[in-house]
Design a protein around this ligand. Structure first.
Ligand SMILES: Cc1cc2nc3c(=O)[nH]c(=O)nc-3n(C[C@H](O)[C@H](O)[C@H](O)COP(=O)(O)OP(=O)(O)OC[C@H]3O[C@@H](n4cnc5c(N)ncnc54)[C@H](O)[C@@H]3O)c2cc1C
Length: 423
């Protein structure tokens, strides 16, 4: 096993700050149970913070995350629409490190489940008593003929944290007058069910101001989508004649994506794009598959009461990578699952009380200025599945005050959840 460097060792201890804050030297905590969290996004960030905070130093927590700056996918559509600047959706790990989480900026390369050790790209190894895995999604590039990592520079998916959404925005802004934006929507299950349709709305908002004769064409393998009635009503109201949505029964199967010619061919018809976003099918982040935590469809089965992997009781899988049955793949859901997992991990390692698992989710979407809509539910852990206990959804024909209030609610949520994830 490669030894950790002195710097990595100090990071694991919370950079020395944690030792001071907690009033005890790291050496005394070294014998404490160890939790490693893979992935510092909505799920992993929350889990790391809550385990460290609630165990008050009784558990050593190490977060493995390659990026020093995490850009949220949530609200990236609002950046596309011009409602946020890019900097406002970026977050660092500094606060978390000051709160006692040892943050290591590296890739988790492999999980040795027998030895209970995570091997990092640097060659270092980090042992754990419990492991939380929250690597988000990976894109199934080869499931769309002609699409690839290279092709995504010209037809961005912009479906993972990072700079793709900036590329997409620049391409939309550079479209010729009256040009066509084409989106290929993903099949179920995928990250953020209303996300593609909020993206359409925000691109509509951008084009209405900069290129009002432009068209938006959505090629969708599905026959219906999240919040469909309110989205379609909103497109009619705010962007009349601009958006055309075609379900799979009309378009047929996608046969080819040609980035050189900017075309998408489906059901024998070729659609020409001036700018495009291809959002392919998805699967759990690669590390989960590599560690044998996924099923034959590429997602991780879990036990609902604790979010423990069905393959390994020392591992909890949370967020988009997990199969959380009725819960959508959202940041709200990942944050909620992280708290259930954190409570279970603490109970297992320190004997603290474990509360019955309760989950919640709300997905807000912005259709146009002050026109916010939402869908959400409360959940409990059933025997095999996470089950819905109550739900709600915005309705067509709601008045402007309610829609504005819904939008403002979403701003409050963003501020709250990013604080909850990153400290
Ligand atoms: C356009 C769009 C709009 C969205 N809007 C909303 C919204 O309004 N509300 C909402 O609730 N959700 C929204 N979402 C969904 C939300 O972004 C995800 O559901 C959420 O980020 C999932 O959290 P996660 O922890 O599972 O994954 P992520 O947040 O993606 O975090 C995974 C982290 O793991 C790291 N990682 C991956 N592999 C490794 C490895 N091997 N080693 C170490 N680290 C690794 C990555 O770097 C990443 O930081 C939206 C998504 C998109 C694409």
């Amino acid at each position: 096993m490669t030894k950790l460097t002195r710097r990595q060792f100090s990071l694991l201890a919370g950079g020395g700050v944690a030792a001071t804050t907690l009033g005890m030297p790291f050496i005394a905590r070294a014998a404490n149970p160890k939790v490693v969290v893979i992935g510092g996004g909505a799920g992993g960030g929350t889990a790391a913070r809550y385990i460290a905070k609630d165990s008050k130093g009784a558990i050593g927590v190490t977060l493995i995350e390659p990026s020093k700056q995490y850009y949220t996918c949530f609200f990236s559509n609002l950046y596309l629409g011009g409602f946020r600047d890019y900097g406002s959706i970026g977050h660092t790990y500094e606060n978390m490190a000051h709160e006692g989480v040892g943050v290591v900026h590296d890739w988790a390369e492999a999980i040795d489940r027998d030895k209970k050790v995570v091997r990092l790209a640097s060659g270092a190894s980090v042992p754990y008593d419990r492991l939380v895995v929250s690597p988000g999604i990976d894109i199934k590039y080869d499931s769309v003929p002609g699409y690839s990592v290279e092709a995504s520079a010209k037809m961005p998916h912009a479906w993972k944290s990072g700079t793709q959404v900036q590329v997409l925005k620049a391409q939309i802004e550079a479209m010729r007058e009256g040009g066509t934006f084409v989106m290929l929507a993903p099949p179920n299950p995928y990250r953020c069910p209303p996300g593609p349709y909020e993206r359409i709305s925000m691109i509509g908002h951008l084009l209405k101001q900069k290129n009002p004769k432009a068209k938006i064409l959505v090629l969708d393998p599905k026959e219906k989508f999240s919040k469909q009635a309110v989205f379609q009503e909103g497109w009619e109201r705010h962007y009349p004649g601009m958006v055309e949505w075609l379900p799979g029964s009309i378009t047929g199967k996608v046969e080819n994506v040609d980035v050189a010619n900017m075309t998408v061919t489906a059901g024998g018809e070729t659609y020409k794009a001036d700018a495009a976003s291809i959002i392919p099918p998805q699967k759990a982040g690669a590390i989960a598959e590599k560690a044998g935590l996924t099923d034959d469809k590429g997602w991780c089965p879990i036990k609902p009461a604790t979010m423990q992997s069905a393959m390994d009781e020392n591992i909890h899988v949370i967020g988009d990578a997990s199969i959380a049955s009725a819960m959508p793949k959202s940041a709200f859901a990942a944050n909620s699952q992280a708290k259930v997992a954190a409570n279970a991990v603490r109970g297992a390692l320190t004997g603290s009380r474990v509360f019955p698992a309760r989950f919640a989710n709300t997905c807000w979407s912005l259709i146009a200025t002050n026109d916010g809509v939402k869908v959400g539910a409360a959940y409990k852990a059933g025997e095999d599945k996470i089950e819905v206990t109550s739900n709600f959804i915005s309705k067509t024909g709601e008045d402007a005050d309610l829609r504005k209030q819904t939008y403002e609610e979403s701003i409050g949520w963003y501020d709250g959840i990013t604080k909850d994830i990153f400290g």
